[in-house]
Design a protein around this ligand. Structure first.
Ligand code: PMP
Ligand code: GLN
Length: 389
């Protein structure tokens, strides 16, 4: 009766693990959301806008002041020359932006190149649009691409490439030479790149994020997607951005108009204000997250866990096998949340094929006490700590 894509589609791992965390009173280092409530000034601005501002339908492509603020932001941080009014549409989160991109750009039978590990929303949406996924698999610990890999997935039927950078869940940043190689293949195959860059603000150790759109030949063939939820650590806000040259934007906005049409204007106004008035936030947020990353990593290492490097995002990965744990990632995560009160995400959930089953993802966007308690519980799950009382 229902569409085959949805007939047996499992509930997303983020919801499953957060549900188990709630049911078991567990510490939740699974789903990626911060402990802290987000910048107060931006939240106060949203409150002010809700009470004193305009709360009827805003323009379909988003408040002009937000589109222009986002263009200024991307010019300042990434050197992009976007025309906010012509080249940016505000969406209800990056998730809606992805849906609008897939709906407007994929025709049945088009091939879509994707890289595993992949964010779990991509494949069902691509398939629902009639796209044929062509999956390349990136291998831990470096998650790099090369020419033979791209030769194996690109063809004359390639319509779209989906890039996630920085990568959730690998916590890697694509190397400049890999981005250049991907751009070369996009141009050669006349493919459009849908770039899910929601973690663009969150990079560590002095690394600079570089958008694929800035590479030669990509300006007119890239759909860049951002998320104010990630920029301001307000993950529930669901204010996203679609950025693309006018010819692509016409199609993207066409899909957007009948998905949500608009996004709450009070949140849009608060994000616009935040983008122009938060230099300290943008400077400090990655520094604080890097400190949290280091606290979680060193605490875990002290308990004998092997931790993979994390160059960006809210996440770091633990290698169970290298930590002396002879158990699959899904089994470990179920046991950890039920018996030891600690939720994590099994990395195999981000693969359709060739899944490694020895890695789990932990979110470190948490207060110190949450991280410390999480470490203690993970140590118990590993067998080096005492069982939970
Ligand atoms: N893409 C990736 C890679 C993500 O990690 C997330 C959320 N964490 C999203 C998209 C969804 O973003 P939003 O909440 O703005 O819809
Ligand atoms: N992107 C978030 C994560 O990776 C989760 C978003 C969601 O739950 N849909 O944890």
């Amino acid at each position: 009766m229902v569409h085959p894509v949805y007939a047996d589609l499992p509930t997303t791992i983020f919801e499953v693990m957060s549900g188990l965390a709630r049911d078991n009173g567990a510490i939740n280092l699974g789903q990626g959301f911060p402990d802290e409530p987000g910048p107060r000034a931006v939240r106060e601005r949203a409150a002010l806008e809700a009470v004193e501002g305009y709360n009827q339908y805003p323009p379909m492509r988003g408040l002009p002041q937000l589109r222009e603020a986002a263009a200024r932001h991307y010019a300042a941080f990434q050197g992009l020359d976007l025309d906010g009014l012509a080249e940016i549409t505000v969406t209800s989160g990056a998730t809606e932006a992805l849906a609008a991109a897939f709906l407007s750009l994929i025709s049945p039978g088009d091939e879509v190149v994707l890289f595993q590990p992949l964010y779990d929303a991509y494949l069902p949406m691509v398939r629902r649009c009639g796209g044929i996924p062509r999956l390349a698999t990136l291998q831990p610990p470096h998650f790099r691409i090369d020419r033979p890999m791209l030769d194996g997935v690109f063809s004359e039927r390639t319509k779209l490439v989906v890039l996630n950078n920085p990568v959730n869940p690998a916590a890697t940043l694509w190397a400049d030479e890999d981005l250049a190689l991907l751009a070369e293949y996009c141009v050669r195959h006349d493919a459009i790149a849908v770039c899910d860059e929601v973690w663009e603000q969150i990079t560590f150790d002095g690394r600079r994020f570089k958008p694929l759109m800035a590479f030669p030949g990509m300006r007119e063939r890239t759909v860049k997607i951002g998320s104010a939820g990630k920029m301001f650590a307000l993950t529930g806000w669901k204010v996203g951005f679609l950025c693309a040259a006018p010819a692509l934007m016409k199609a993207l906005a066409g899909a957007h108009q009948f998905l949500t049409f608009t996004t709450p204007p009070n949140l849009q106004a608060a994000v616009a204000w935040g983008l122009d008035n938060s230099p300290d936030w943008f400077a400090q947020m990655p520094v604080d997250l890097q400190r949290s990353r280091d606290r979680l990593a060193s605490g875990l290492e002290a308990e004998g866990f092997k931790v993979l490097p994390a160059a960006g995002t809210y996440f770091l990965n633990v290698d169970l096998a290298a930590s002396g744990i002879d158990e699959g990632d899904a089994d470990f995560c179920l046991r950890a949340v039920k018996d030891h009160g600690i939720a994590a995400i099994p990395i195999s959930a981000f693969y359709e094929t060739e899944a490694p089953i020895h890695l789990i993802r932990l979110c470190f966007a948490k207060r110190d006490e949450t991280l410390d308690a999480g470490i203690e519980r993970l140590a118990r799950a590993k067998g080096t700590g005492s069982p939970r009382r």
